[in-house]
Each structure stands twice: as structure tokens, then as C-alpha cells.
Design a protein around this ligand. Structure first.
Ligand code: ADP
Ligand code: MG
Length: 619
């Protein structure tokens, strides 16, 4: 028998490793920036072309490499950063796997130029798909430049999988933020297609945050400083009134490494308890310094996950130090006394009058009027009632339940079925023939139907109604806009502006009018009919957060995300009292929708309780 196991050739092994390390241009950015930092650079330049699809280049003024090291740096598991397994527990560098350069060189054209401070000449290496093309001596400044061109040139499937330039540059910007934030003692410049996006000088942490996220950030930062035996926490948290719909300003760094930790994030949320409105997130920029022995970063190839020896203690320390800071700055009551309601109102809304949501009600509409007359008066028309002339939403619903789609259901049969089973006493009762609804806990609309009882979730139902309306406006491009008396100026981070620009056309189709969009500012002069100016920033913030969260979804459709997002922002919330007419109008409009039974996010809008089931409960 012959042996069948073979060692994979290096270039194949490298490509496999590359799959883990390099998912998109942003991964290359991260690895190269980290290498420059490990090389103790004080100035780092990031140059991007076509969102990294054509070029990712990082130039540093760090310690450079010798001729041999330059060649070795592209070998797998070649690293200067650890020598033995024990070193893994003493890590003071970002890299340690020695995999990044080998992986990148396996799937791109790479050109390296490097020189150490005391060498006269430097080295340049060209490598393409793991194949060394040339290595020569050159004149080059001290430090290292790595240019990565034509990413995934030899893996077309991966290249095709890349998202639009806008999405890829957003990922790159995220990586840049994370690295630049942790290293205010290093100057960074970032260029995309020849435009300077960032030029950050050596500065302190607060200045760095402000220079990345915009000037308005300054006033919202509250310092956090805490030193205990196991851990040092330092950085800033955002004042509650500046909380955001997105999580885009939440940063944890452990020993200067960006990490994701839902558990520690929870500790922060706990510190803000009672200070944030539902669905809003605190901003934070926090650095932990811990003994490298007490963490394990080796569990994830891209190293954004980390294991702490004693998470519970960290949780407690983090929570109390954030709480302490918020309290010291008179933001939170130090003791948990009764919550003051003013804390829940973002400052920008405090002085504004609250506009009650308007629901148009056709007061003369009576669905039980005979046939044609009722239909003429009715304000809804999306569903046809051909099968049953006197149809109301009630029988419509019965059909929906059985087929999931009202249009082709034979209502008479279903109605008949339920009628035969229903005790006559119910049939003749007043409750059944007059359409009554009532609100339960300001959350559900309860209504009677022939077969029993209908319970509608008011928020989800309204989302469905608004969603279909917006979607229609966007696709038909016919929405009307109302001019604002005073243009509304809103500030955003450059990244957020980017997102808004992406969906601008669709936003305009819903009725928004923008007079100016600059790097951090947006001027709104018109809004969709029915939207009040106090709702504009809520809509846009929600939208940004939804677009951000939807990026990984391949079926990303801007129009759909926008319609969903606006519906979410504007829908009547739970806890809101609705008049009888409003309730009825909601029920009618819901069942005039194309898909009344689910919310835009696919959750049930209503449930039913059949009389049969109720009867069973009484047995
Ligand atoms: P790792 O960073 O995990 O060690 P890499 O593949 O990223 O692995 O880099 C391999 C080696 O190449 C590093 O250990 C380092 O010695 C050297 N190197 C990479 N980039 C630079 C740079 N910008 N300046 C100096 N040395 C570098
Ligand atoms: Mg590295």
C-alpha cells in the first residue's frame, strides 16, 4: 500500500491561511498598520486606491528590516515577535502569528521596500501569488513601505465577492479608526484616490477622538480613570444625552488592541441604566491595561476576540468606574434614587413641543354599510374584495390565516365553517356585529372577529402600514415633500455622511430635500409629508444604524432598508394611547396591506384566539 498523505505545497497552505486572515481590503489595512506599529513607527501613511481593490499601501518610518529578514517576512510562521510558546503569554506586540505577509503575498501582488536606520541601502522585493519576482538593493528612506496591489487577482470568486467601493471603504475606515484611536502618539495620514481623508498629528487621546469623530464630539466626552490591582481603565464615555442609535462609537481596547466583547459592553450598558432611551447606545472609547498573562488573544485569527482570566471582576470594575465617572460629572445620580425623567430626554428634544402622530381617519366610513357605498368611502384600496361583496377586514383576515395571502382565498367557505361551529348566542350578540376595538396596555389592539378574537401589536402593525407606503413612494418616485420653515442643520461623522450619501436618491424619493451635504454637516430643507422636523434626526440615525447593520447581507437593497428603517422610526410606539377611531383605522389600514400578517422584519403583527379555543379553556 502506498502512503497517501502529502504536505501541502507552501503556496497552497498560504492561500488557505489567507482565507482566514484576509477577508477584504480592510483586513490588509489592519495587518499592515499593525506591522507598522509593531515596528515602532511614529508616522504612518495609508494610501488606498479604489477602496483597496487596486491598491493598499502602508508607509512607515519604523525600524525596517535587514535584507534577509525582508525575504523571510513573507514565509509562513516567520515572525520576529515571539520565539517560544511561552512568549504568547507575554505579548506586547500586535502580530505574533507570522502569517499576515505570507497570506497577503499569496493572493496579491506585493511590493516591499524597507531600510533600517543604520543601513545605507535598503531592499525591495516583489512577490506575486507567493512567487518571488525580484529582490534588489535600492535607495529608500528608513522604514518600510508595503504596497498590496490587485487583491485576490488569483481568486476571482473572492474578488467578485467584494462589495461596492462605498462599503469596502467604510470597512477600511473602521479599521483605520480603531488603529488610530489607540495610538494618539503616532501621526497618521489616510488618502483615498488621492484625497486626504485624515491627517492626524501626534496628540492626546481626547484630541485624537475629536479629530476622528468631529468637533462636536468634544463636549460629550466624560473621562474615565480607574486603577486597580488587576486592571487599569482609562478613556472616555459619552454623556447620555449624546447617545446614538448606532453602535459606531463604541470602542474597547485591551493593551492597545481593539476587541469586541458583548459581555463588557453589557457592563457599560448597566452603568448607564436608566439614563438612555430605548434603542440608544452610549458612546465609549475605553482602554484596558492588563497583565498580558491574564488574557488569551489567540482564539481568533483576526484577533478581535479575547479571553480574560477573570471576566466577572472586569465586569464589576468596569461598571462601577463608568458609573462613578458619570456620577462625578453630575450626569447620573450617584446613588440609585428614583430616576429623574429629564435624564431620559435627549437635550435636543427637551425644549421642543411633542407632535402627536397624526392618523387620518375617515369618520364617515362604515364597513357595514352596504356593498359599493362602503367601498367608495373607504380610504383603503390595496386589496380587492371580489369574492364577498360585504367583506370587511374581519373576513379578510380569516382567509389570510389559512392561506397566508388574502387575494385568492374563498372567504365564504371559511366564514361558513366558523359559523356552523359557533354557538348562536355569539352570532347574535352585539359585540360581534358592531366593530369594536379596545386597547390593551397601550400596546395591543383587541378586536372581535367572527371566529373569535384578534390581537394586534400596534407598533408592528403600524410599521407594516408605513413600510408599504414608503416602499411605494420610493419605487414610484411620487412622494410629496413639505418644505421646512427653517432649514434643519444636522451634524454627523464623515462616515455617517457617507452612508447618507449612499441612500440619498432613495431618501429624496420619500420626500426628503437636502440643500447641502458637507463632510460633517447636512442641511435638510424638505421632509416627507407627515414627518415633523423633530423626527428627522431620529429617522436618519436609525437609518444609519440599519444600513451599517445590513452591510453583510448580500440581499442589501437600499430602498427596502430605507423603507423599513423609516417605518421603524415613525411607527406608533407601544405605550401610546390610541383613540377608538385611530384603533379602527389602524386595523383597516393593516388589512389593506399586501402582507398584513407580518411586520417588515417578518414578525407576526397579530394573533387570533378562536372561540373554539376559548371554549376549550373553559372545559
Ligand atoms: P507578525 O506580525 O505576526 O509577526 P507578519 O507576517 O505580519 O507577522 O510579519 C512578519 C514579520 O515581518 C514581522 O514579525 C516583522 O519582523 C516583519 N515586518 C513586517 N512588517 C514590518 C514593518 N512594517 N516594519 C518592520 N518589520 C516588519
Ligand atoms: Mg503582522
Amino acid at each position: 500500500m502506498t502512503d497517501i498523505i502529502q504536505l501541502l505545497p507552501d503556496h497552497v497552505a498560504n492561500q488557505i491561511a489567507a482565507g482566514e486572515v484576509v477577508q477584504r481590503p480592510a483586513s490588509v489595512v489592519k495587518e499592515l498598520l499593525e506591522n507598522a506599529i509593531d515596528a515602532e513607527a511614529t508616522e504612518i501613511k495609508l494610501i488606498i486606491k479604489d477602496a483597496g481593490k487596486t491598491l493598499v499601501q502602508v508607509i512607515d518610518n519604523g525600524k525596517g528590516m535587514s535584507v534577509t529578514d525582508a525575504r523571510l517576512s513573507f514565509e509562513r510562521h516567520a515572525t520576529s515577535k515571539i520565539k517560544s510558546a511561552e512568549d504568547l503569554f507575554q505579548l506586547h506586540t500586535k502580530g505574533f502569528r507570522g502569517e499576515a505577509l505570507a497570506s497577503i503575498a499569496a493572493i496579491a501582488h506585493v511590493e516591499l521596500k524597507t531600510k533600517r536606520p543604520n543601513d545605507d541601502l535598503g531592499t525591495t522585493i516583489e512577490i506575486e501569488g507567493s512567487v518571488l519576482k525580484s529582490q534588489e538593493a535600492i535607495v529608500t528612506p528608513t522604514g518600510t513601505s508595503v504596497a498590496v496591489k490587485n487583491l485576490f487577482f488569483n481568486i476571482p470568486a473572492r474578488r467578485n465577492f467584494l462589495k461596492s467601493n462605498n462599503v469596502e471603504i467604510r470597512h477600511i475606515t473602521d479599521e483605520f479608526h480603531r488603529v488610530a484611536l489607540t495610538h494618539p502618539n503616532i501621526a497618521f495620514a489616510f488618502y483615498h484616490n488621492g484625497n486626504e481623508l485624515f491627517n492626524l498629528h501626534i496628540e492626546n487621546y481626547r484630541q485624537r477622538i475629536v479629530h476622528i469623530f468631529g468637533n462636536k464630539t468634544n463636549e460629550k466626552l466624560v473621562p474615565v480613570e480607574e486603577e486597580t490591582e488587576v486592571l487599569k481603565v482609562s478613556g472616555f464615555v459619552g454623556k447620555p444625552e449624546f447617545s446614538k442609535k448606532t453602535r459606531s462609537e463604541q470602542f474597547f481596547f485591551v493593551n492597545n488592541r481593539y476587541i469586541k466583547s458583548p459581555y463588557l459592553n453589557h457592563a457599560i450598558s448597566a452603568a448607564y441604566e436608566g439614563l438612555l432611551k430605548d434603542g440608544y447606545h452610549a458612546s465609549y472609547f475605553l482602554n484596558f491595561t492588563v497583565d498580558p498573562k491574564t488574557i488569551d488573544i489567540n482564539i481568533h485569527p483576526t484577533k478581535t476576540e479575547i479571553k480574560f482570566d477573570d471576566e466577572h471582576t472586569l465586569y464589576a470594575i468596569l461598571r462601577s468606574s463608568v458609573k462613578h465617572s458619570l456620577g462625578q460629572f453630575n450626569i447620573a445620580p450617584v446613588l440609585d434614587f428614583e430616576q429623574q425623567s429629564s435624564f431620559n430626554t435627549p437635550y435636543s428634544y427637551k425644549d421642543k413641543t411633542v407632535a402627536p402622530p397624526k392618523i387620518e381617519v375617515d369618520r364617515s366610513f362604515n364597513p357595514f354599510e352596504d356593498g359599493d357605498q362602503a367601498k367608495e368611502k373607504s380610504t383603503y384600496n390595496a386589496v380587492n374584495f371580489k369574492k364577498e361583496p360585504a367583506a370587511s377586514w374581519e373576513s379578510l383576515y380569516v382567509g389570510l390565516e389559512s392561506k397566508g395571502n388574502g387575494k385568492t382565498t374563498d372567504f365564504s367557505e371559511l366564514t361558513f365553517e366558523s359559523e356552523t361551529k359557533t354557538d348562536p348566542i355569539f352570532k347574535s350578540s352585539a359585540i360581534e356585529t358592531s366593530k369594536t376595538t379596545f386597547q390593551l396596555q397601550q400596546k395591543y389592539i383587541v378586536s372581535t372577529i367572527k371566529s373569535g378574537m384578534l390581537i394586534i401589536d400596534q407598533n408592528r402593525a403600524h410599521q407594516r402600514i408605513l413600510y408599504e407606503g414608503f416602499l411605494k413612494h420610493i419605487t414610484v418616485k411620487e412622494a410629496t415633500s413639505q418644505q421646512l420653515l427653517f432649514p434643519l442643520e444636522l451634524s454627523f461623522t464623515p462616515n455617517e455622511i457617507h452612508i447618507i450619501k449612499d441612500v440619498k436618491t432613495n431618501l429624496e424619493h420619500t420626500g426628503f430635500v437636502f440643500s447641502e451635504i458637507s463632510e460633517e454637516r447636512l442641511t435638510v430643507t424638505g421632509v416627507p409629508v407627515g414627518v415633523s422636523d423633530s423626527e428627522v434626526s431620529i429617522i436618519l440615525e436609525q437609518l444609519i444604524s440599519d444600513v451599517e447593520n445590513d452591510v453583510p447581507d448580500a440581499s442589501f437593497s437600499a430602498a427596502d432598508v430605507l423603507a423599513k428603517s423609516m417605518a421603524k422610526s415613525l411607527a406608533i410606539k407601544n405605550g401610546q394611547t390610541l383613540s377608538a377611531e385611530e384603533q379602527e383605522h389602524m386595523v383597516d389600514s393593516l388589512f389593506a396591506c399586501k402582507e398584513p400578517n407580518v411586520s417588515p422584519t417578518n414578525r407576526p403583527t397579530f394573533i387570533t384566539m378562536k372561540v373554539d379555543d376559548i371554549e376549550k379553556k373553559f372545559m
